[in-house]
Structure formats: structure tokens, C-alpha cells
Design a binder for this molecule. Structure first.
Ligand SMILES: Cc1ncc(COP(=O)(O)O)c(C=O)c1O
Length: 450
């Protein structure tokens, strides 16, 4: 088969020689060579089947036949840039607008989440005439220079924080400043943003935008308390800035109850700009920015054309439309709600059984299992989380960690993930954690012996 022209060791050696070490592999000590994907499964060159619990890009399932067919059919007819009239781009914009609040009615098409966030930054700056950005701690918004600058997750390891970037605490009610026992965590975390806004203004600086993932994923699968975004938006709007909701990882029905994760905050919350990517093309490079007429008009007023060679091409839009069709036809949002709550319930039973599980949080098929050293300090159990991930791989389950402590096991599988998959994963996790606890107990016994 073309995808497996050489043995795994030879591919690895070639990759090491030809690609930068900055391009990392999963499981670097023993990488997997994947040659095929279908639904929620990936297959290696020997034909072994892995259950994919983390790839939120293959939203409706790896290589979904309807999405593949849509790309193929459109590829046979036409693929060109968006400067000619074509039905696909307007059909796609129309379909997306039906999923969003009415106010978000202007669309730009791009190729990646990073491009979408970079355009959001340009739109915000043009509309407000301001420059500065407020972000949540530990956030990641993309790999372009502009976005590394607003991604504490990255800039902390590089040349640090620019003077125009301001970081507000992550609204993490498990390990953050205000926790589950706080009477009003949404208000308390929003007051922290207000403090940041005030200190920016005291310095004579002006805010263009507040950027946040609607559910901070790199931050550790965080569920911000409902009402937080509304209060933040008030503070940001008062300072003349706009609210950008990054839905690149979490949108498109993943959260189950709603199509967009920002809707978890309440019906009354509408961002000024929404950015989308990853899942919306199911693996094909499709991304989008949705915004208001007012923001778009301000951007147009410069007279400068917005042109993107590949963004919004007939093929990209055909793929985007097919993803929406599959979501609807297979009722994947409702599926994510029911399978996600089943998985959460199983994981909560695990929490009652294994003290290493400090918290199970999530909604739909966006779930985090926070592993801790002990309940009193909630210190991240980083090595243990890595151990679980590598043992899961031995069991042909692909899982990964997130969060500043890299201790949160994250679930964001293709949306076709099933109840049986949930049962299987949790049974394996239970066995691994039980075995880990037995090992710790026997070490303690040895240590206690004179
Ligand atoms: C929340 C978030 N925003 C933006 C991006 C950037 O998207 P891309 O890698 O498609 O440029 C990512 C990628 O991981 C992301 O997780």
C-alpha cells in the first residue's frame, strides 16, 4: 500500500534526518506508524486497531465516506480561489449562519485555526483602533508570530510577554484562585479580568480584544463557570475592546447541549468574533471567522482587499458542507451529549474508586480527568498521567494529557465514539490504575520493612 512503502524503523530514520526535531511525534520513545483511519479508529502498518480518544479534527470520524466523496466530486469539477462567483461558498456561509446567533452574520474563510485567530486580531484592531490583547493564562491560540505572542502556553518558554499582552487568571474552579466552594466563581474570575483591564487603562494603554477558548483545552479541559463571559464582555466592551471566542477545538456540537461551546455560558452571551477550524473540515484545511456587520464594515473601510488563495475554495466549502450534513444526518451533537454523559458517569465511578482521580469535568465529548498526588494540595500527578497514557497505548487506546501540569487526561474523540468505546476505555483505565495502586502499596510495604 502506498502509505506503507517502507518499514517503520526506516520511516523513523528518514523523518529524523529530514524533519526538524521541533516537529514532535506522539509517543517519541516508540512512535506509531498510522496508515489508515476509519470512524474512531486508526490502524498501524501491521493492521493493529487503535481507538482514538483525542482527535477532535476527525470530527465526524476519520475519512468519513460522505466527506471524502464531497471533496473528490468537487475536485473533479473545479477548485479555484474565491474571486469568482460560486455557490459552495455562499451555501456554506448560509449554513454556518444558521448555527450562530443572528448578530454574527459576516464570514471569512481561511485554511487553519491560526489564520482565523490572526484575522480576528486584525479585525479587532481595525474596528477598535486599539492594540492590546487580554488572554487567559495557559492559553494557546496558534502558531503564527502574532498568536505565539498571545499564547502564554508558548511565550512563557520563548522571549516572554509583550507589553501589549495582558494575562488574566484561568477560570479553573478545581485548581485555580476561586474553586468549587466559592459562592460566585464567575463573578470572582470576571473581577480579576476587570482588575487587568483597569491596570491596562491606568498605564494609558487601550484594549483591542479579549481572546478566550470557549472551553480552555490546553489549559486543562477547563469549564468556565456560566456567566463568566458575560461579565468579562461588559468589562472589555467598556474599555472599547471586542470579545473573541476561539471555538477551534470545542465548537460544532462537541459539547452536546449546544452547537457552540460559548452557548454554555447562557443564551444572553454572544461574542463579537468567533473563530473556527480543525473539526469544521474533518481533516481538510478549512477555517472560518464569523463576526458582526459593524466589525466587518470597519475592516472594509481601510479599502484593503482581504484575499486568501485557498480559503473558501469550492473544494473546502464542499467539505465544510458535507461535515455539516453528516453532523445533522447522524445526529452527532445529540450523540455527543448522550455518550459524553455516559462516559462522565463511568469516570465519576472511577473517581470514587481511585484517589488519584481528583476531578472529572466536561460536557459532551470534551472531558478531562485531573490526576493528583493528593487531595489536600491537588498537586498534578504528571508522571502518573504519562504512565497511564503509555499503558493505554499498549492497550491500543490513544489518549493524551493537557493542562499546565500535563496531568489532565483529555477526551475529545471523533464524535462517533460509542457507548461500547466508553465502557472499553474506562475498563482499561480501571485496570491500569488498580495495578498502579497495587505497585505503590507494595513499595510502601517494602519501605516500611526494617
Ligand atoms: C484553541 C486553538 N486555537 C488555535 C489553534 C491553531 O490552529 P491550527 O493548528 O489549525 O493553526 C489551535 C491548535 O491547536 C488551538 O488548539
Amino acid at each position: 500500500m502506498a502509505a506503507d512503502r517502507r518499514g517503520k524503523a526506516e520511516t523513523l530514520a528518514l523523518r529524523r534526518r529530514l524533519l526538524s526535531d521541533s516537529c514532535r511525534l506522539f509517543y517519541p520513545e516508540d512512535p506509531i506508524k498510522i496508515v489508515r483511519g476509519q470512524g474512531q479508529y486508526l490502524y498501524d502498518e501491521q493492521g493493529a486497531e487503535y481507538l482514538d480518544c483525542v482527535n477532535n479534527v476527525a470530527h465526524v470520524g476519520h475519512c468519513h465516506p460522505l466527506v471524502v466523496r464531497a471533496a473528490h466530486e468537487q475536485n473533479q469539477v473545479l477548485n479555484t480561489n474565491s474571486r469568482y462567483l460560486h455557490d459552495n461558498i455562499v451555501d456554506y456561509a448560509q449554513r454556518l449562519s444558521e448555527t450562530l446567533p443572528e448578530k454574527l452574520s459576516v464570514f471569512y474563510f481561511l485554511n487553519s485555526g491560526s489564520e482565523a485567530n490572526d484575522l480576528a486580531l486584525r479585525l479587532a484592531r481595525q474596528y477598535t483602533g486599539h492594540w492590546d490583547v487580554v488572554v487567559l493564562d495557559h492559553a494557546y491560540h496558534g502558531h503564527l508570530s502574532s498568536l505565539i505572542d498571545i499564547s502564554p502556553y508558548k511565550f512563557r518558554d520563548l522571549d516572554g510577554q509583550k507589553e501589549w499582552v495582558h494575562v488574566a487568571p484561568l477560570p479553573d474552579t478545581y485548581r485555580g484562585l476561586y474553586r468549587e466552594d466559592h459562592p460566585n466563581p464567575a463573578g470572582a474570575y470576571a473581577s480579576e479580568v476587570e482588575r487587568v483591564v483597569n491596570s491596562i487603562q491606568e498605564k494609558g494603554r487601550k484594549i483591542a480584544a479579549f481572546f478566550a477558548e470557549s472551553l480552555p483545552s490546553v489549559g486543562g479541559q477547563i469549564i468556565p463557570p456560566a456567566g463568566f463571559f458575560q461579565e468579562v464582555a461588559e468589562h472589555i466592551h467598556r474599555a472599547g475592546g471586542v470579545f473573541v471566542a476561539d471555538e477551534i477545538q470545542v465548537g460544532f456540537g462537541r459539547v452536546g447541549q449546544h452547537f457552540w461551546a460559548f452557548q454554555l455560558q447562557g443564551e444572553d452571551f454572544v461574542p463579537d468574533i468567533v473563530t473556527m477550524g480543525k473539526s469544521i473540515g474533518n481533516g481538510h484545511p478549512v477555517a472560518c471567522v464569523a463576526t458582526t456587520q459593524a466589525v466587518a464594515r470597519a475592516f472594509e473601510a481601510t479599502g484593503v482587499e482581504y484575499f486568501n488563495t485557498f480559503g473558501g475554495s469550492p473544494v473546502s466549502c464542499a467539505v465544510g458542507l458535507a461535515v455539516l450534513d453528516v453532523l445533522e444526518k447522524e445526529q452527532l451533537q445529540a450523540h455527543a451529549a448522550s455518550v459524553g454523559s455516559f462516559l462522565m458517569e463511568l469516570l465519576r465511578q472511577q473517581k470514587a474508586k481511585h484517589p488519584i482521580i481528583g476531578d472529572v469535568r466536561g460536557t459532551g465529548l470534551f472531558i478531562g480527568v485531573d490526576l493528583i498526588k493528593d487531595e489536600a494540595t491537588r498537586t498534578p500527578a504528571t508522571e502518573e498521567a504519562n504512565y497511564v497514557v503509555s499503558r493505554m497505548k499498549e492497550n491500543y487506546i490513544l489518549l493524551s494529557t493537557d493542562g499546565p501540569g500535563r496531568n489532565v487526561l483529555k477526551f475529545k474523540p471523533p464524535m462517533c465514539f460509542s457507548v461500547d468505546n466508553a465502557r472499553h476505555v474506562v475498563a482499561k483505565m480501571d485496570a491500569i490504575l488498580t495495578n498502579m495502586e497495587e505497585k505503590v502499596r507494595s513499595c510502601e510495604t517494602l519501605r516500611l520493612q526494617p
